[in-house]
Design a protein around this ligand. Structure first.
Ligand code: ATP
Length: 402
């Protein structure tokens, strides 16, 4: 059965006592009825009333995107700055690449591709200028620009000097959270996966704001490269009232996660780029204490996490079980089968296939079915031509080989 539900945005920045006209938001105790019923709701978009100086804002029917492109451009050579300032595609600008001895390049979202910004190469002086204009680079070779969400990543020579920079535009996007607003009400942990640049960090930032400001939860962000809360000691307004813990060294992320739970009594922990076994175990320990986790991991599909021995604990872990002859015959399978070891740390897993096309799994069910070689039912969440969120329930998952 295919069913479609349309969510038209809303609920941005409503005061705590706002009386929402739709039954969707106001239902106090939504039953966990995901995958079993349709929801239709109408809200209205309220955009932020005022923006800090120098911050530009663009708006579609349902999204408010704030960047601070002027500050971003300040770290670039003057001629590139002027070129990009007058660029008609500046709203789609994702990254500027500065590699020593090569032509500087701008990369844009999706179909806009990339282009060279001038016909002469990047000089060492230009790299040094950019380096001086940003904050200190951490152990992960990432730096930021104080008070902004931009991320600057360095490539170093064998001697340690910087020979390349990837300068990524950070944006605060209000309204994007609508893709999962209903899921947030369940209070269950959610893991986002998706290829680099698909928008995982950006949506985590907005989830932090919505959970802290609208759901009034105690939210702590473990911000390993200051990418969610931005550079500097005062976090960016885009995370709302969520608190942010910085991490001195990327390898200490798991320790800071545990410290967050032990010292600051969070109801929600948000952590980007879970990538090591220690971090996966920290997630399990946090979830076992009843704290909601919102995280991201690299990998495009659920199958990537199932197959990854470092990360598979996030979805419950996988073990080989040997069945007795009778059991194997009854199940019509081989004697040696794969099974999920434990309850998954993340109740939901969302594959961000594209910025506006997400596949939602109930992790436990999907993992069990995939391990048995079956196709689970999933929810497709996407935006239609009018930018309304459309949820298609009971869709058959297009599984990938595991
Ligand atoms: N909804 C959106 N509207 C406009 N720009 C967006 C949106 N989502 C993401 N972006 C932009 O796309 C770029 C990549 O986003 P983001 O850093 O969130 O991706 P990511 O999946 O976390 O990448 P990585 O895995 O490499 O950290 C950024 O420049 C960001 O500003």
């Amino acid at each position: 059965m295919n069913a479609t539900a349309t969510l038209t945005l809303c609920h941005l920045n409503f005061p705590a006592n706002h009386e929402c006209s739709c039954s969707f938001l106001c239902k106090p105790n939504l039953a966990l009825n995901l995958f079993s019923s349709n929801t239709r709701t109408n809200h209205c978009l309220q955009k932020r009333s005022s923006l800090p100086l120098g911050v530009s804002s663009s708006e579609t029917a349902h999204l408010v995107v704030e960047d601070d492109l002027n500050t971003f451009l300040q770290i670039l050579p003057c001629d590139l700055r002027d070129r990009l300032l007058n660029d008609s595609k500046r709203g789609q600008l994702l990254e500027v690449i500065l590699d020593l001895g090569r032509l500087p390049e701008a990369r844009y979202q999706g179909e806009f591709g990339g282009k060279y910004l001038r016909s002469n190469e990047v000089s060492i002086e230009e790299l040094e200028y950019a380096q001086n204009a940003v904050g200190e680079f951490g152990g992960d070779n990432r730096a930021g620009i104080e008070g902004t969400l931009h991320r600057i990543s360095a490539i170093r020579s064998r001697k340690g000097s910087i020979v390349g920079l990837t300068c990524r535009v950070g944006r605060a996007v209000s309204g994007h959270v609508d893709m999962v607003y209903d899921l947030l009400q369940f209070g269950q942990s959610i893991l986002f996966v998706g290829r680099p640049g698909v928008g995982k960090t950006t949506v985590m930032r907005e989830i932090a704001r919505v959970l802290s400001d609208e759901f009034h939860k105690r939210v702590v962000i473990v911000d390993t490269s200051n990418e969610i809360g931005g550079d500097g000691d005062i976090p960016h307004a885009a995370i709302g009232n969520a608190r942010r813990m910085q991490v001195p060294e990327p390898s200490l992320q798991h320790k800071v996660m545990i410290e967050a739970v032990e010292n600051h009594m969070p109801e929600v922990i948000i952590v980007d780029e879970i990538g090591t076994e220690a971090e996966a175990l920290a997630c399990r320990s946090i979830a076992e204490r009843g704290v909601m986790l919102i995280g991201t991991a690299h990998g495009e599909w659920l199958e990537n996490i199932i197959k990854n021995p470092t990360l598979s604990d996030l979805i419950g872990g996988v073990e080989t079980v040997t069945l007795g002859d009778e059991e194997a015959r009854a199940r019509r399978c081989q004697k040696s089968i794969l099974e999920r070891k434990a309850p998954p740390t993340f109740y939901f897993l969302i594959e961000m296939r594209e910025r506006h096309y997400w596949v939602t799994h109930k992790t436990e069910k999907s993992v069990d079915m995939l391990l048995r070689g079956q196709n689970p039912s999933v929810e497709i969440r996407k935006r239609d031509d009018g930018f309304n969120v459309v949820i298609e329930r009971w869709q058959t998952y297009d599984r990938h080989e595991i």
